[in-house]
Design a binder for this molecule. Structure first.
Ligand SMILES: Nc1nc2c(ncn2[C@@H]2O[C@H](COP(=O)(O)OP(=O)(O)OP(=O)(O)O)[C@@H](O)[C@H]2O)c(=O)[nH]1
Ligand SMILES: [Mg+2]
Length: 419
């Protein structure tokens, strides 16, 4: 992890490289949106941004990422703003990182390291922590191999800025491999425990609604408003890394569990995709999926598509969406009257426009949510051993099976049955 002092904010210079040849990071928005996202990440890390700029590049310089002229200018500007850390909003190699640090006389990290740091600060369940550590070790291991150039072998030994020698690298690599194996084993154990807990919860006849959406969309704020629970809600990206669940009463005879989840982000570093996806497992088992969208964000349509794509990739087919998908258009308090009118005129039967901050529209949303949990039927997930044919036949006889999955050992069924 980064050695950032907890009591004092680190002054950070944020540089967004913009490749002129179009080989850009897969970023949908324009320069301003990219800058504000990169700034958001650094703020989410708990640090202060003293310099924020887009740097146009004709190409990436293999050794130092930026060209000589740019580096000269950056060095001066970092000095002027007293920056203590430089964040490059793109993946950079270990060699580039070390050379940049040497030239700029400043600690340098890339986008992946920033997100890892945030995930590390936010993870609070055992599984979340293990996933982040695994992602971190994988990241470190990748850089160890890549940084092993002949130059470093010659140089040997060395402190932070010099390359480690061959033996050291071998040792480090073996050490990392050992840790990775150990963490994977621990993760497996935690997952098994969780599966048991989950099947225990299934026996409690509460259907589940999961809040999903882009980071900063307002999921935790909405969750708090509805549950009055004190979940960490702040103007930060990734305020939540682990799902949080609370029971709420939608109606006299309708108790459901509301589940808050980690936010999506575009262009997630590949080391983190697994860690992120694992946190979404819960979402797949939810009876109703509530997609929270920040309509005050100019980029909200792309963000909405991103989220839907990931849900599709995770195995939620269009048919599965039918009847169990709700959209919440959030932050309408930030829209002008005419924008609000326009939005409201387009609202369909599965959508509610709300402000999780002021409470406007929340009743409409709760009403809409209620319709998704029909009082006459109950949707629940049951699991049984894969070889229990008798029970399986019984379930098929007495209920309507909406979805069926198995993990090799157990079958998971989502069923609709009279309550
Ligand atoms: N103006 C306005 N701000 C809102 C509204 N809902 C949430 N916010 C603000 O948006 C910021 C992010 O809200 P969160 O609830 O933490 O967002 P989230 O979706 O849980 O974010 P992650 O946990 O990072 O995925 C906070 O500063 C909230 O106060 C709203 O309806 N109106
Ligand atoms: Mg949150």
């Amino acid at each position: 992890m980064l050695e950032i002092q907890q009591d004092k904010k680190t002054k950070v210079a944020v540089i967004c490289p913009w490749l002129k040849n179009g080989q850009n990071v897969a970023f949908a928005g324009d320069e301003k949106m990219r800058e504000s996202e990169a700034e958001g990440l650094v703020l989410a890390m708990g640090q202060e941004v003293v310099l924020l700029q887009t740097v146009k590049l004709a190409q990436i310089v293999p050794k130092s990422f930026f060209g000589k002229g740019t580096l000269e200018r950056l060095k001066n500007e970092c000095l002027e703003h007293e920056a203590e850390l430089l964040v490059v909003d793109m993946p950079i190699s270990a060699v580039q990182q070390r050379n940049l640090e040497k030239i700029l006389n400043l600690k340098v990290i890339d986008r992946t390291a920033v997100i890892l740091e945030i995930f590390g600060q936010r993870a609070h369940t055992k599984e979340g922590k293990l996933q982040v550590e695994l992602a971190h070790l994988t990241y470190q291991r990748g850089r160890l191999v890549r940084s092993w150039t002949h130059l470093e072998r010659q140089r040997g030994g060395g402190g932070f800025l010099g390359g480690p020698g061959e033996t050291q690298i071998e040792l480090d690599r073996r050490h990392l491999d050992d840790r990775i194996v150990k963490i994977k084993r621990e993760l497996e154990k935690v997952r098994q425990t969780r599966a048991i807990q989950r099947s225990a919860r299934v026996k409690v006849p509460y259907p589940v609604a999961a809040l999903v959406g882009y980071t900063n969309a307002g999921k935790s704020t909405l969750f708090n408003l509805i549950t009055h629970a004190q979940v960490f809600a702040q103007d930060m990206l990734f305020a939540t890394l682990d799902p949080t669940m609370r029971k709420i009463k939608l109606d006299k005879n309708l108790d459901i569990i509301l589940s808050d989840t980690v936010g999506f982000i575009s262009n997630l570093p590949h080391e983190l995709v697994m860690a992120f996806r694992a946190t979404l497992e819960e979402v797949l088992e939810a009876d109703v999926i509530v997609h929270v969208i920040d309509v005050s964000n100019p980029d909200y349509k792309e963000q909405r598509d991103d989220v839907l794509n990931v849900l599709h990739e995770l195995g939620l087919t269009k048919i599965e969406f039918e009847g169990r998908y709700v959209e919440v258009l959030n932050k309408i308090d930030l829209l002008s009257e005419s924008e609000k009118k326009h939005l409201q005129s387009k609202i369909g039967t599965r959508t509610a426009a709300v402000s999780a901050l002021s409470g406007e529209g929340i009743n409409d949303f709760l009403q809409l949510l209620k319709t998704k949990f029909s009082p006459k039927t109950e949707i629940k997930t049951v699991s049984l051993p894969i070889d229990d044919g008798k029970k399986l036949a019984e379930i098929y006889r007495s209920a309507q099976v909406i979805d069926r999955r198995d993990d090799g050992e157990r079958i998971f069924l989502r069923i609709k049955s009279p309550s």
